[in-house]
Structure formats: structure tokens, C-alpha cells
Design a protein around this ligand. Sequence first.
Ligand code: HEC
Ligand code: HEC
Ligand code: HEC
Ligand code: HEC
Ligand code: HEC
Ligand code: HEC
Ligand code: HEC
Ligand code: HEC
Length: 440
Amino acid sequence: MTDLKRFVIILVIMGIGLVITACSGESAPAPEENNGPQVAELTDEARACVECHATETTGIVADWDGSRHAAEAVSCIDCHQVEADSPMALSGVEGHEDLTVAVSMLVSPAACNECHEEQVAQFDASGHYRAGLQVFAKDSMQTLIHVHEGQNHPELSSASDETGCMQCHGIVFKIDESGHPTPNTYPSSGMGNVYPDGDVGNCAVCHTRHSFEIAEARKPEACASCHLGPDHPDIEIYENSKHGQIFATEGEDWIWDSAPGEWEPGDYRAPTCATCHMSGIGELETTHNITERLYWNLWAPLSTMRDSTDVMSGALGDGEAGRELMKTVCGECHSTTLSEGFFESGDKAIRLYNEAYFIPAEEMRAELATLGLLKENPWKDEFQITYYYLWHHEGRRARQGALMGGPDWAHWHGFFELQQDLYKMEDIYNLRIETGEIEQ
Ligand code: HEC
Ligand code: HEC
Ligand code: HEC
Ligand code: HEC
Ligand code: HEC
Ligand code: HEC
Ligand code: HEC
Ligand code: HEC
């Protein structure tokens, strides 16, 4: 046993001691928040998990120990217990011989739903819900993953998915006879995991297990593990914005752990991702539907106003209502004149992208396709590769940069590169039309 583990056991035992003394009325009143492991309040079954796991998986118990859940006597068993006949029920775990309940390793949002119904319902109605489902459904994606990135390798073709796409988008968990998830599907920190019980989602990506803190989820880093990079550089755009500048210079001193619904300007000076897309502010209520406050679709090849209730649709949302909600966020700190001016310029940038870049690019592509002047393998065809970059990388950077106040992304990584892409496509298009052939 390591010294660290010994130390933690001692802490847990001291914790039990403290609670017992507190209950017997001999010591000062317990502190208001996170008052240590309330192990004494747990049933015998629930306490057994905590006590044994304090040495078996020390970090997990330590995280749980400091959480709101521990303070509310919500423990391992409340999330991990399953019906004995659940496909996720574990068998053969060394250490679990004496357990009287069935436990699972996977914990789907259905477990959270027992106590947090509203958050789960909002998540289920959001674009995050389909993060995995839409990738599994698309043949072109599966071809990219297995044929091109995986090079049709007989054993290894899923490696790029397992270490890449799936860690952001999610996976369909498969389980073995003992109820354990298989190594090719687990672990996955993706947003839209599909569980053996049919449930979809992942409640542990923004407030990570086992502390499940709202403070963590309110910080921009909670979104940054997925919303970054050349095709959706949201964290980089944020850092480039005035809001990000203020967060970077003084964010560590802000108040992050105000109760749900009570986190307001004053606790912070500038908004984070959560403030604009999720948190309650002023009259607005917190939402776990990150689609609710959006007007456009800014990841699609052509941006249109959102107007669909189908969670699988790229147009999910109600654009006009979304814009009003977003403006309400701005209005807590800015004048109407500022936000109106900001959105007017931002919307112009979206229309410029649509009308001057995507539509002409798509017209050229469609014509070449009709004439049989596109290579069969799009990833070896300079025209199609440039077309892809135009909407998927440069075009998203320009659009997202414009509407989140990141001038470097709107311009240098955005429109500047867009005009280069378009000119390159025009040259290739003209050559193919003139010669009637695909250049070598
Ligand atoms: C007597 C000790 C003991 C008790 C009591 C106990 N566990 Fe475990 N548990 C273990 C050990 C040992 C492992 C294996 C850890 C490893 O693989 O590193 C484990 C693994 C797990 C796993 C991961 C499954 C796996 O195979 O890796 C979960 C989830 C879990 N326990 C939950 C619980 C819950 C919930 C309870 C209470 C109902 C509980 N445990 C009670 C010792 C215990
Ligand atoms: C509020 C719900 C909740 C509570 C309470 C909870 N867990 Fe978990 N636990 C989860 C979730 C969610 C996951 C991730 C499941 C997944 O990957 O689908 C998880 C994963 C795990 C894992 C496997 C992942 C790993 O890091 O090895 C173990 C082991 C585990 N929990 C043990 C415990 C123990 C022990 C306790 C009590 C101290 C506990 N859990 C309390 C929700 C909870
Ligand atoms: C048995 C009931 C129960 C279950 C199951 C449960 N929770 Fe909780 N949770 C609570 C209670 C009680 C609180 C504290 C009161 C509150 O803030 O609503 C809480 C608070 C929270 C908070 C706020 C923490 C903070 O810093 O204020 C988060 C986030 C959270 N839970 C996430 C989850 C997730 C994710 C799951 C599933 C993996 C889950 N909970 C499962 C009862 C539960
Ligand atoms: C685990 C990865 C991950 C994390 C963490 C994450 N997201 Fe996402 N997000 C995604 C994926 C994947 C999509 C694309 C979903 C789809 O359309 O299939 C997405 C889509 C979105 C969308 C567009 C939704 C739509 O309807 O088109 C918004 C807005 C968004 N996320 C905001 C956030 C915010 C804000 C945070 C942090 C509080 C966050 N995300 C954290 C992976 C993540
Ligand atoms: C670093 C995390 C990350 C990785 C890795 C990743 N994505 Fe995404 N993906 C996202 C995010 C975040 C969005 C949402 C972008 C937005 O809203 O602007 C997204 C959007 C998408 C969309 C558009 C959403 C929709 O509903 O159609 C598709 C399709 C997609 N990704 C497929 C893939 C595939 C396939 C892979 C692997 C070949 C992959 N992604 C790898 C994070 C990631
Ligand atoms: C995209 C990131 C993200 C995901 C995914 C996410 N949460 Fe949250 N969650 C947050 C943020 C941010 C807050 C804090 C909102 C605020 O400022 O009050 C929060 C707060 C909470 C709270 C505290 C009460 C409240 O509504 O503020 C609970 C409970 C909770 N989440 C449960 C869940 C459950 C259950 C799931 C899975 C269905 C989930 N969360 C998925 C970001 C997320
Ligand atoms: C000042 C408020 C604000 C902040 C801070 C902010 N956003 Fe946004 N975000 C917006 C606005 C406004 C839009 C465009 C909405 C529309 O369609 O009109 C947007 C769009 C998006 C989109 C594009 C959705 C789509 O349709 O493809 C994603 C993804 C996103 N934000 C994620 C993030 C992440 C992640 C962060 C933090 C790193 C963040 N946002 C910070 C206001 C904000
Ligand atoms: C919590 C308060 C807060 C919220 C909410 C907020 N902002 Fe800001 N914003 C600020 C602060 C503070 C500055 C820095 C002012 C300065 O540059 O002197 C700023 C700066 C800006 C700037 C840079 C131009 C300028 O006047 O400095 C723009 C543009 C902007 N915000 C737009 C928005 C939009 C659009 C929203 C809503 C989607 C929004 N803000 C929401 C606090 C906020």
C-alpha cells in the first residue's frame, strides 16, 4: 500500500469520526458546504463501496469526497447500481464477491435522470445529443475513417476513430460476457455515447467525474477539449476576443461556484462559453440545450436560419427566438446599440460567406460532377480537397470568428484564406472545363 493510499484511508476514517462527533453535538456546527464525507449517513451497502474504494481507486473517492453529491449523501451506489439482469451488470470483479447489489461500470444519463430530469430532457433536445448518432449514420464518414485514415488495415483501421472522432463525438459501447465494455469502445469521453441500455449522451464531459462541479463546467476549458482546432476553433476565437482577454487576465479571481441560477455579472466581468450558451443570467434560465440560443447553423456547408424540432437535423432550433435569447445575455452587460451593431456586422459576414464563397464553389463542384470531371477519390483531388477546406475549415473559422468576436479568425484564418481557396478552385475548374480532362 502506498503512503498516499494510507493517508486517504486515515482521512476517510477521520471524516467518519467528524460526522459522528458533529451528530453527537459536541463540536462546532458543520461548515455549510462540502462538509466532508458524510459516510455515517450512508446505508451499510453504500458505505461499503466508499470504504473499500478509498484504497482501491483512491482518486475517485477523493473527487467524490469533495463534491456536492457527497454533501448530499449521493454516493457510488446511487449511480452505479443496476438491475441484476441489466446488460451492464458486472460479474467476476475481484473485491465484489460480497456485494448484495448489482453494479455497472458504465453510467448512462438515465442514472442522472433519476434526480436531474430537467437537465437530461434539455440535453436530449440539443445538438449535443446527436454528436455520436450522426457520425455512425453517415457512410462518407465511415469511409473517411476506415478506408482513408485507417488505410483499410485489417486489424487497425478503427484506430483513428478510437483515438480521435470517438473521443469527441462518442461511440456505441459494446460489452463482453462479464458486463465490461470492450477495449475498442472504451474508454470514450465523447459527447454522444450510446449505452447498452439504449440511452444516449455523456453528462461527465463538462463537469467531469467524480466531482461533477458546476464551477468546472462554467469555465471555457470545459468546452475546449472538443471545441478547438482548425475546423471549429471556438476556444482560440474566445482567447482572441475581448471577453477572452478579460478572462485570461483576471478569471482566476472570479466567483465560479455560485448556486445554480445565481451566477451573475459581478461574480465575473466577462462571459465564458457557458454564460452565453447555457447559464442562467438575469431573467434567463440555465439550459442544457446548447442549441437554444443560436440563430444560424455555422458548421454546415451553407448556413441557414435554424427552424427545426428534429434533433437529428442540422437546422435544429428556432433561429429568431435563439437570437433574442442571445441578445438578452449581452443585454446584461452591454447597451442594445452595441449588440445590434455587433450582430449586424456578424450576420453580413455569414451572408458574404454563403453568397460569395460557398454557393459559387458548390456550383463549380456540381458542374464538374455532372461532366465526370471529379476524381473518384476526393482526398486525392486538389479541387475537392480545396472545396472541403473552404467550407469545413476556412468557412467555419470565418463564420464562428465573426459571430464570437475573434477578428484574427474572422479575417486571417477566415476570409483571407477563403479568397485563396476560391481562386484556386476557379483555376482548376477552368482548366478541366477547357481540356475536358482531369489534370494529372
Ligand atoms: C471489498 C472491496 C470493494 C467493495 C466493497 C466494492 N468494490 Fe468496487 N471494486 C473493487 C475492486 C478491487 C475493483 C477493481 C479495481 C481495478 O480494476 O483496479 C472494483 C471495481 C469497481 C468498478 C469498476 C469495474 C471494473 O471491473 O474495473 C466499479 C464501477 C465499482 N467497483 C463500483 C463499486 C460499487 C458501486 C460498490 C458498492 C455497491 C463497490 N464497488 C464495492 C473493490 C470493491
Ligand atoms: C453522480 C453519479 C456517480 C457517483 C456518485 C459515482 N459515480 Fe462512478 N462513474 C459515474 C460516471 C458517469 C462514470 C463514467 C461512466 C461511463 O464511462 O459511462 C463513472 C465511472 C466510474 C468508474 C470507471 C471509470 C474509471 O475511472 O475507472 C469507476 C471505477 C467508478 N465510477 C467508481 C465509483 C465509486 C467508487 C464511487 C463512489 C465513491 C462512484 N463511482 C460514484 C458516475 C458516478
Ligand atoms: C440520487 C440522486 C442523484 C443522482 C442519481 C445524481 N445526482 Fe447530481 N445532484 C444531486 C443532488 C441532491 C445535488 C445537489 C442539489 C442540487 O444542486 O441540485 C446534485 C448536484 C449536482 C450537480 C451540481 C454540482 C455543484 O457544483 O453544485 C451536478 C453538476 C450534478 N449533480 C450532476 C450529476 C450527474 C452528471 C449525474 C449522473 C452521472 C448525477 N448528478 C446523478 C442528486 C443526484
Ligand atoms: C466531449 C466533447 C464536447 C464538449 C466538452 C463540448 N462540446 Fe459542444 N459539441 C460537440 C460536438 C461533437 C458537437 C457537434 C454535434 C453534432 O452536431 O453532431 C458539438 C456542438 C455544439 C454546438 C452546436 C450545436 C448545434 O445544434 O449545432 C454548440 C453551440 C456547442 N457544442 C457548445 C458547447 C459548449 C458551450 C460547451 C462547453 C460548456 C461544449 N459545447 C462542450 C462536442 C463537445
Ligand atoms: C476534437 C474533437 C473532435 C474530433 C476529433 C472530431 N470532431 Fe467532429 N465535431 C466536433 C465539434 C466540436 C463539432 C461541432 C462544430 C460546430 O458546431 O461548429 C463537430 C462537428 C462534426 C460534424 C457536423 C455535425 C453534424 O451534426 O453533422 C460531423 C459530421 C463531424 N463532426 C464528424 C466527425 C468525424 C467523422 C470525425 C473523425 C473523422 C470527427 N468529427 C472528429 C469535434 C470533433
Ligand atoms: C456542454 C457541457 C455540459 C454537459 C454536456 C452537461 N452539463 Fe450540466 N452543467 C453545465 C454547466 C455550464 C452548468 C452550470 C450552469 C450555470 O451556470 O448555472 C451545469 C449545471 C448542472 C447542474 C446544476 C443545476 C443546474 O441546472 O445548473 C446539474 C444538476 C447538471 N448540470 C446535470 C447534468 C446532467 C444530468 C447532464 C447530462 C444530461 C449534464 N449536466 C451535461 C454544463 C454541462
Ligand atoms: C459573448 C457570448 C459568447 C461566448 C463567450 C461564446 N460564444 Fe459561442 N456563439 C455565440 C454567438 C452569438 C454565436 C452565433 C449564434 C448565431 O447563430 O447567431 C455562437 C456560435 C457558437 C458555435 C457555432 C454553432 C454552430 O451553429 O455551428 C459554437 C460551436 C460555439 N459558439 C461554441 C462556443 C464555445 C466552445 C465557446 C467558448 C470557448 C463560446 N462559444 C463562447 C456567443 C458566444
Ligand atoms: C458579463 C458581462 C458581459 C456579457 C454578458 C457580454 N459582454 Fe461583451 N464585453 C464585456 C466587457 C467587460 C467588455 C470589455 C469592454 C472594453 O473593451 O472596454 C466586452 C467587450 C465586448 C466587445 C468588444 C467591443 C467593445 O466595446 O469593447 C464586443 C463586440 C462585445 N463585448 C460583444 C458582446 C456580445 C455580442 C455579447 C452577447 C452575445 C456580450 N458581449 C456579452 C462584458 C460582457
